[in-house]
Design a protein around this ligand. Structure first.
Ligand SMILES: *[C@@H]1O[C@H](CO)[C@@H](O)[C@H](O)[C@H]1NC(C)=O
Ligand SMILES: *[C@@H]1O[C@H](CO)[C@@H](O)[C@H](O)[C@H]1NC(C)=O
Length: 409
């Protein structure tokens, strides 16, 4: 009996111990084990094999598109996520997984690099498109005659033009600049009577295609028209013209760039022929000006190719009864021989031209142009002040309905 009981007890113990042992052997000491499905292992292996063949291939990027690389990457990382959720006991398999992770890191970097390269290509493409557009504009300009028009074999014209802000300013400057586009070797010095250079004039000059210098000088207070005065007792544009002269003296060498200086108003009318005549001026050249001097025209009277007197209806006893638009001065004369001569800020009305010309020339030195001063090529036109528009705009402002101020006129 006791023996049988002992045998049974021993048997029970053996059974318990073997159950524990089997359990330990089967599950490992601490970790619960999960075995990969045969399917995911084969999947991993095919992918690894494919990466291996990629590495050995000479042109991996050519053979496989970015898209397949990305989708491959996606399927691999799905798999890794799946695998990461399980515990792996097979050491050699673990190393395969590590290798795969490495492979994925490399792929990730490759993808980033491709993305960066792609961005660079997009930026380059934008740059090229811009360049192409600018070239197209240039080519178009070439077809319609490149500006500025240049010819190294003929003298330059440096024109000094004061301009002041007013209702008709843009219209006058457009008209004048489009005349000047026909003139070869022309440099326009435009001086605004303003505390700053305005956008309107800056844009207009830039778009004109002309060679230009843009300056600004605000007329000093004592030279401005006072309230109650019917007209300004002082000459307009004196400080602006003198600023233009200063710029020429500071910036142009008449030995290197022979030419003439011409004082243009922004509201006159100029025949393009006069420019090709004046550019050859040796000293001071003169010609008649239409609609000036209180007559159909005013200007020099020529006999035997020499200026002998002047035709004018207004203040005929002036030394040089000439309009600003009726003479041009050799550049070297103004810059080198008479480097201090400027317009007299205190000259009486009508005496600005005479006092200036007196200080640089004499009548017998004048060179008559325009077919011995028998042709009018310049007109002292004046644009009417647009009173109706000004008054009408004031009414609209009162009504709170002003014309859209963002539309430049
Ligand atoms: C462990 O990995 C090796 C090498 O990949 C493989 O031959 C073996 O069958 C694997 N054992 C298990 C249980 O997955
Ligand atoms: C101007 O007059 C002079 C003298 O009569 C003459 O020799 C010259 O050819 C004339 N110039 C022009 C451009 O007609």
């Amino acid at each position: 009996m006791p023996l049988r009981r002992n045998v049974i007890t021993a048997f029970i113990w053996i059974a318990i111990v073997s159950v524990i042992a089997v359990h330990l052997i089967w599950n490992g000491p601490n970790e619960p084990s999960k075995i990969f499905s045969q399917q995911s292992i084969t999947q991993l292996k095919t992918i690894l094999k494919r990466s291996e063949s990629d590495k050995n291939s000479n042109h991996p990027n050519n053979e496989r598109t970015d898209e397949t690389i990305v989708s491959d990457y996606n399927s691999k990382s799905d798999l890794i996520n799946h695998v990461n959720g399980q515990l792996i006991t097979n050491a050699s398999f673990l190393s395969e997984i590590k290798q795969l992770k490495n492979e994925i890191d490399i792929r990730e970097k490759k993808i980033q690099k491709l993305k960066d390269q792609n961005q660079k290509l997009i930026d380059k493409e934008k740059q090229f498109k811009n360049l192409a557009r600018r070239l197209a504009v240039k080519l178009k300009g070439k077809e319609s005659g490149t500006l500025p028009k240049l010819d190294p074999s003929i003298p330059w014209i440096f024109s000094i033009t004061p301009t002041n802000p007013r209702y008709t300013q843009k219209a006058e400057l457009i008209r004048l600049s489009q005349t000047l586009q026909h003139v070869t070797n022309f440099h326009w010095i435009l001086i605004e009577d303003s505390k700053f250079r305005t956008n309107l004039v800056s844009k207009l000059l830039q778009e004109s295609g002309l060679s230009f210098t843009h300056l600004n000088v605000r007329t000093s207070w004592h030279m401005q028209k006072k309230k109650g005065e019917k007209y300004n007792k002082h000459h307009r544009g004196v400080e602006q013209r003198n600023a233009g002269l200063k710029w020429l003296r500071d910036n142009v060498n008449p030995k290197k760039t022979p030419g003439v200086v011409y004082f243009m108003d922004d509201d006159n009318t100029y025949h393009k022929k006069i420019f090709d005549e004046m550019r050859w001026t040796h000293h001071v050249s003169v010609w008649p000006v239409g609609l000036s001097g209180g007559a159909r025209w005013a200007g020099p009277v020529v006999s035997n190719g020499k200026v002998t007197s002047f035709h004018t209806n207004w203040a005929p006893d002036r030394s040089f009864p000439l309009d600003m638009a009726g003479f041009a001065v050799n550049l070297n004369l103004l810059l080198k021989e008479k480097p201090k001569v400027v317009f007299d800020i205190n000259a009486k009305r009508g005496y600005l031209e005479p006092t200036f010309l007196e200080s640089i020339t004499t009548i017998d030195q004048l060179e008559p142009l325009a077919n011995n001063c028998t042709e009018v090529l310049v007109w002292h036109t004046r644009t009417e002040v647009p009173v109706v528009s000004i008054k009408g705009e004031r009414e609209l402002i009162k009504l709170g309905k002003p014309s859209n101020p963002s539309i430049e006129v």
